[in-house]
Design a protein around this ligand. Structure first.
Ligand SMILES: Nc1ncnc2c1ncn2[C@@H]1O[C@H](COP(=O)(O)OP(=O)(O)OP(=O)(O)O)[C@@H](O)[C@H]1O
Ligand SMILES: [Mg+2]
Length: 361
């Protein structure tokens, strides 16, 4: 079956910059896809290309089998929710939701519009708010109206550009859950833009990490988190520790990597890349929660010195300085036997072989 949206080798240039640079992306039916990346990496531009507010300089955009590259936004089966909710302040909640239905490409009867408004408000749990004006709503409620307005016409694709950006953290987390549930109930595809990596991991079927107008990596949240391809991804999504070294020996499927801080194990086929050979230079990344404190003389243990600890109740974040000068972070669960390590204490760090990730150079 054809993808709901297929972005094919699309480039969009603005004076002095390729905001989107040769991007290809398939969005499947019913998928929650998140575009994640730092400010200016091209997320909004890519969304606007899908919506039809921008026309690509190169490449095509398909909706199913249909090439929509030259089709106007309101002729596309897609709706967009922006960070600024852009509700009409002089229209009631019901009229805001009905607005798009009255002017959509489909002609609808008054009864049908009333029904669609009722259903959309029910979906976002705003039944009873029909006659309120936007100014009489909280930020989260206003955002729900904007979402109701976007889903009321029953689009196959909903585009959301940082829709939760203006909300405080608690409300934001509640809305994340609501949006995810709404997407499941509707069974349509969502393309969601954020620069918040936790939000991306928590909500998505597929995370698309962008950098400088290109897709750096895409995959499920756990693929992106557990198997980042590059240092940029490893450091942008979550916290990571990185060390460089060279392969000293290979024993079966495990390589021993000589680093300034000691010998560390690495799967000889780590990260799906080509098999390692003795002498290869490698960059190894390890997530903080995968690391345990260990005796210094054990196998695969590297040495460091405790610098400080951030006690956060459920976990403690340790900062450990390695001999090569790099600062590593170790997350330790407070499971009843919290470690008490004074600054300056020499510690060993160890992790399972499979948890070392080989990054591309
Ligand atoms: N209309 C425009 N004219 C000129 N340059 C633009 C225009 N729109 C975007 N750009 C540039 O294109 C690049 C990508 O912008 P875009 O808005 O897509 O980034 P973004 O990833 O959404 O960033 P943010 O997280 O800050 O919203 C930026 O360098 C931006 O300055
Ligand atoms: Mg943007």
């Amino acid at each position: 079956m054809a993808a709901v949206v297929a972005v094919q080798s699309v480039t969009k240039r603005f004076p002095g910059i390729a905001a989107v640079d040769g991007v290809s992306l398939d969005i499947e039916d019913g998928q929650f896809v998140t575009l994640l990346g730092p400010s200016g990496c091209g997320k909004t531009t890519l969304l606007r290309l899908i919506a039809g507010f921008e026309r690509p300089d190169e490449g095509r955009v398909l909706f199913g089998e249909a090439d929509v590259t030259d089709v106007a936004p309101h002729e596309r089966d897609v709706h967009t929710v922006f960070q600024q909710y852009a509700l009409f302040p002089h229209l009631s909640v019901a009229d805001n939701v009905a607005f798009g239905l009255r002017r959509g490409r489909v002609r609808r009867s008054r009864d049908e519009i009333a029904r669609l408004v009722r259903e959309a408000l029910e979906l976002v749990r705003l039944t009873g708010f029909e006659d309120r004006m936007p100014a009489q709503l909280s930020g989260g409620q206003q955002q729900r109206v904007a979402i109701a307005r976007a889903v009321a016409p029953g689009p196959r694709i909903l585009l959301l550009d940082e829709p939760l950006g203006a909300l405080d953290r608690k409300l934001r987390e509640a809305m994340q859950l609501e949006l995810k549930q709404l997407q499941r109930r509707l069974g349509i595809s969502f393309v969601f833009v954020t620069h918040d990596q936790d939000e991306a991991l928590a909500m998505s079927d597929v995370v698309v990490v962008m950098k400088d107008g290109r897709i750096e990596q895409m995959g499920t949240p756990s693929e992106i988190y557990e198997h980042p391809r590059t240092r940029f991804i490893a450091e942008f999504v979550g916290v990571t520790n990185v060390i460089e070294g060279s392969v000293e020996s290979i024993d079966g499927s495990t390589a021993s990597v000589r680093t300034p801080a000691g010998l560390v194990p690495l799967s000889a086929r780590a990260n799906g890349g080509p098999a390692l050979a003795t002498g290869d230079r490698v960059t190894v990344a390890v997530r903080p929660e995968k690391i345990r404190f260990a005796d210094l003389d054990g196998a695969g243990v590297i040495a460091g010195r405790v610098e400080d600890a951030r006690y956060l109740g459920d976990v403690t974040h340790w900062r450990v300085r390695l001999v090569d000068g790099s600062a590593w972070t170790v997350f330790a669960q407070n499971d009843g036997t919290p470690e008490a390590l004074a600054p300056g204490t020499e510690v060993g760090l160890v992790w399972d072989t499979g948890h070392g990730v080989r990054l591309e150079p």
